[in-house]
Design a protein around this ligand. Structure first.
Ligand SMILES: [Zn+2]
Length: 317
């Protein structure tokens, strides 16, 4: 095996931890340097243009490596304005799924840059014993309590499920467009990457969230007679330029369409199956048939997860 991480795992004694970190970081830096940020920037700029933001400069971030096994594959922190990639976890996933690590890096980095280029706002409200700080990034909101002694405590996170769905769907479009102009070798590897995901009916990362957003767009399209793609374009615009679910008009529209409890439930949704069932049902039709469709949908997701686990067992690289 030519990869440094593999030789480290095969001969744990042969390298010190420091050497391992250095080599992993060098490999990470090399892939980061190979990402064409200008092309990415021009793709995002095109979306800005469509969202009426032709004057906003695209500000991408240079991804940083993080060595922390508890951390997610990728993370954008609006409060620090930084993108972290857990490259060791990424290599694990690439190995487990037979994915090309370079392609996977592009996907994960573009997902995080998607969060970065969305609109971020910060609000403060005085409460009795603290200042309540709200950070909104696209549809997601995080509330913090800021105390006089400088202490900051995270209170709650809202609309994360929905926001990840919108952001990942957006990221997939960006990766597709980027890859159209990529070199043949990367493009070829990307086709393999996509066909693996598609064989299981999705892309593996945030599939439930993306499917949910798709169903949501479809339902709004049906209700309003506006094309599904136009509904989707307006969600992107909302993420890049709007106020997300703080927009009163959008709130009213959604409450009228899906019932007044819908947004409250959506805001707390985080892979809670019952809630998920209910929401999918609401989005699909709001009727008993909708509820059944919701259950079938969750079954389908379970089947897919089983198939993926099976493939990982059958095909260890
Ligand atoms: Zn994300």
């Amino acid at each position: 095996m030519e990869h440094s991480e593999a030789s480290y795992l095969e001969n744990p004694e042969s390298q010190t931890l420091e050497q391992h970190k250095l080599e992993t970081t060098l490999e990470f830096e090399k892939i980061v340097a190979s990402i064409d940020m200008d092309r990415l920037s021009s793709i995002v700029s095109d979306y800005y243009h469509k969202a009426g933001l032709q004057d906003r400069k695209v500000e991408l971030l240079k991804p940083e490596i993080v060595f922390d096994s508890n951390m997610a594959l990728g993370q954008f922190t609006p409060t620090q304005d930084r993108i972290y990639i857990n490259y060791e976890k990424l290599l694990d996933d690439a190995r487990d799924m037979n994915f090309d690590k370079e392609v996977l890096m592009h996907h994960i980095v573009f997902h995080e840059e998607g969060h970065k280029v969305a609109k971020t706002q910060c609000f403060a409200r005085t409460e009795t014993s603290y200042e309540r700080i709200r950070v909104r990034n696209a549809f997601r909101m995080d509330d913090y309590a800021s105390y006089e002694d400088g202490n900051m405590v995270h209170i709650e996170q809202l609309y994360n499920f929905f926001n990840e769905g919108v952001n990942e769907k957006f990221a997939r479009e960006i990766v597709d467009r980027y890859m159209q102009g990529a070199g043949d070798s990367l493009k070829g590897k990307y086709e393999d990457y996509k066909s693996f995901g598609e064989a299981y009916g999705g892309h593996l990362y945030y599939d439930e969230q993306v499917d949910f957003v798709d169903a949501f767009c479809e339902r709004i399209a049906e209700e309003t007679g506006v094309g599904k793609d136009l509904v989707w374009q307006s969600l992107i615009r909302e993420a890049l330029a709007g106020d997300g679910f703080m927009d009163g008009e959008l709130r009213t529209l959604i409450s009228e369409m899906f019932g007044k409890d819908f947004l409250k439930r959506l805001s707390k949704l985080n892979n809670n199956e019952d809630l998920f069932n209910l929401l999918v049902a609401t989005v699909l039709s709001g009727s008993t048939e909708g509820l059944q469709a919701g259950r079938r949908y969750v079954e389908l997701m379970r089947e897919r997860a089983k198939l993926i686990q099976q493939r990982m067992k059958d095909d260890p690289s």
